[in-house]
Design a protein around this ligand. Sequence first.
Ligand SMILES: [Zn+2]
Ligand SMILES: [Zn+2]
Length: 362
Amino acid sequence: MAPSKDYYQALGVGETATTQEIKKAFRRLAKQYHPDRNPSNPQAAERFKEINEAHDVLSDPEKRKKYDQLRKYGAFAGVGGGRQPGAGGPGGFADSGVEFDLGDLGSFGGLGDLFSTIFGKRPEKEQEVDETIEASVSIPFRVGALGGKVPVTLPMAEVCPTCGGRGAAPGATITTCGECRGRGTISFGQGGFAVTRPCPVCRGKGKVPSERCPTCQGSGEVRIEKRLMITVPPGTEDGAKVRLKGQGAKGRGDVVVVFQVEPDTFFRREGADVVCVVPLNVAQAMLGTRIKVKTLDGRRVVLRIPPGTQHGQKFRIAGQGIEKNGRRGDQLVEVRVEIPEHLSAEQEAAIKAFAERAGLKY
Ligand SMILES: [Zn+2]
Ligand SMILES: [Zn+2]
């Protein structure tokens, strides 16, 4: 069963139906033909698609207006008896598939535009887009800085293992599709121009099996959860992308991974350097000390704090920063001098004595 390109017919409403009536008809039919209610029924699935397409166009006043204009010019007049298997060519309606004798239609601002408005993108393009899968992957700060590997699971289409993509049950015989007579496409319309779409019965293959593959219901593909190990290059910044060639749907398309670098509670990035903040008490700041500081590698290095260190002062640990082109930046340690919030009477007396000796006013 081919979709009639008459959207009014598809929804069973008149040309003058209100948006409200269209929505109502759509809801009723969508319920009836919903794939959940009609498992393994390709006819219902096709009808469901058609209903959705019709609703998409007719419920949008702008699209409906354009569609009505096209319809008036006879684009879909051949629905039912007037189909022209010889008209148009394979390859989609935006190319040779659309044959038109523009005349008055020139004022529409381009047929390509009109069709893309009504039907969406060109099928060939859609396929290309479909096969590239973009995935956003969250990585820990450390992995982004130093590089590493992260596992990712992506849902994607894979060639059906039972039928090898042919859509036929094992042992089924393959015959030429009666709907499209083996062409793989179906054209609608007559006179001025015709619209060519992939044949819904054979899904553009031109051949149909005597029995559909039980695994994929004839589609030739199955949805799988594909697990990939992604290599994160060192120095990966938030928003950076990598393209994995041939890892996408059916082993053909690419997977484009967009990295999201998670913020770290201790480190932050400044170009090739990493900055961290460590607390010092007043005695450490005034008298000097040695502290242990965590590095990106997970080690702890000893950092000497000289006497008289000021709040906010930065110390450099060389070679412990972000790796970029085989070289590593530095780790900058910023100190935060913490002042005691409460003093006992004894402590207060001691600090006052110190202040008097040091000549500090308070
Ligand atoms: Zn066919
Ligand atoms: Zn199969």
